[in-house]
Write a protein that binds this ligand. Structure first.
Ligand code: URA
Length: 210
């Protein structure tokens, strides 16, 4: 993956995203759509996973058939909204290992502070896909990637549903080696850090909180 930012413009992705943005969409509908759209985005972000071959016998004959190479992928959810993207990826890649990064924003310094970190072992040998539906200011995403790199990851991709120009710029400055795959590059963020036109608070919409 050579581009820093890939916007997946597939019609199914765009259609589902419109349904998700609509404030009339129910919590259950939002969650289902997020799972479905994540699968389509995951298909794109895993496009260049390396393959090797394994020798098998079909009912007809022997063959050397393609199979994923290397250690199992690590999927890392940036809490809490990232959890809404886990199931979609895990349905496609059930053997993936799963980690979690929890960060909150210090109201005085406005900087992200870590409250939880648990990652699969051997990160340095794995493709690591960090998931968070909203790349808004980019501060927490960049901090999460810092933590993953400190833990040894060196082949990281970032999967989100919506990205803002500010968030993409922050990630490009802090982590130019981390490709981003998203369903949309939206217009801007507002003073409170919400993406416009966006879809509101992704965590609240998927978990039914306010
Ligand atoms: N997080 C959200 O849930 N929504 C936004 O618009 C920005 C950050």
């Amino acid at each position: 993956m050579t581009d820093h930012l890939t916007v997946v413009d597939h019609p199914l992705v765009q259609h589902k995203l419109t349904l998700m943005r609509d404030k009339g969409t129910s919590t259950a509908g939002f969650r289902r759509l997020l799972r479905e759209i994540t699968q389509l985005l995951a298909y794109e972000i895993t496009r260049e996973m390396p393959l090797t071959t394994t020798n098998i016998e079909t009912p007809m004959e022997e063959m050397d058939a393609p199979i994923l190479a290397g250690k199992k992928l690590a999927l890392v959810s940036i809490l809490r909204a990232g959890n809404g993207m886990l199931d979609g990826v895990l349905e496609l890649i059930p053997s993936a290992r799963v980690g979690f990064v929890g960060l909150y924003r210090d109201e005085e310094t406005l900087q992200p502070v870590q409250y939880y970190f648990k990652a699969p072992e051997g990160l340095k040998d794995r493709l690591v896909i960090a998931v968070d539906p909203m790349l808004a200011t980019g501060n927490s995403s960049a901090a999460a990637i810092d933590l993953l790199k400190e833990a040894g990851a060196n082949n990281i991709r970032f999967l989100c549903l919506l990205a803002s120009p500010e968030g993409v710029a922050k990630m490009k400055e802090s982590h130019p080696d981390v490709p981003i795959v998203t369903a949309s590059l939206d217009r801007e963020i507002n003073a409170k850090g919400y993406i416009l036109p966006g879809l509101g608070d992704a965590g609240d919409r998927m978990f039914g909180t306010k």
